[in-house]
Design a protein around this ligand. Structure first.
Ligand SMILES: Cc1cc2nc3c(=O)[nH]c(=O)nc-3n(C[C@H](O)[C@H](O)[C@H](O)COP(=O)(O)O)c2cc1C
Length: 172
């Protein structure tokens, strides 16, 4: 699959199977996040990959509790990658985190791994006391979580994406 085909195929999955994502694939996916451009090449992002069953369970237990949710905001994914930024050092942290996240989604598609960009739950969770404690344990006290993505396999059929038309103007 080339990059354009990956963009056509990528879509948000919100129903993951229990099949584990191979560690090598997670390493490739997060490596693609590191390769993304950053404003003035500050490279002030940090990535945390959660994939061990017990770590996932602990994180989700706390996240559901503090966010008062019954269902996992990660839809049963079996790996999560969080994108953190040093807000002092980065010139364009939001854009850098978004570029890194999109790279991960495309890399996942290439590797046959389903994904969903998860914003709200991650930023809310890491602002709570429990989330701050998680950051401390991970050595990321100075960093802010800006994005995350849910990863896993799915049995869902892919329906062609419907995107708006007439939103492009070619001048000249
Ligand atoms: C910045 C951003 C934040 C998002 N946050 C969430 C989220 O918190 N939860 C979720 O289920 N999907 C989230 N999404 C996924 C969008 O809902 C999804 O991309 C959109 O519905 C289009 O569907 P597609 O990804 O299949 O093309 C987010 C996407 C972006 C770009």
């Amino acid at each position: 699959m080339n990059v354009i085909e990956c963009m056509e195929k990528r879509h948000s999955t919100r129903q993951f199977s229990t099949r584990k994502v191979e560690k090598e694939k997670l390493e490739q996916i997060v490596r693609c996040a590191v390769l993304a451009p950053t404003g003035r090449n500050t490279q002030a992002l940090r990535f945390v990959v959660l994939q061990r069953e017990e770590d996932m369970q602990t994180f989700l237990k706390y996240a559901k509790h503090v966010l008062k949710k019954e269902q996992s905001p990660y839809y049963g994914a079996n790996a999560i990658i969080f994108v953190f930024a040093d807000m002092e050092k980065a010139i364009t942290p939001l854009q850098d985190a978004a570029a890194a996240t999109q790279n991960m989604l495309l890399a996942a598609t290439e590797l046959g791994v389903a994904s969903c960009w998860v914003h709200t739950a991650s930023i809310q969770y890491f602002k709570t006391l429990q989330g701050k404690e998680h950051k401390r344990i991970w050595g990321l006290e100075q960093y802010e979580c800006l994005e995350s993505c849910a990863l896993g396999y799915t049995d869902e059929d892919f329906l062609q994406k419907e995107k708006q038309e007439n939103i492009i103007r070619f001048i000249g």
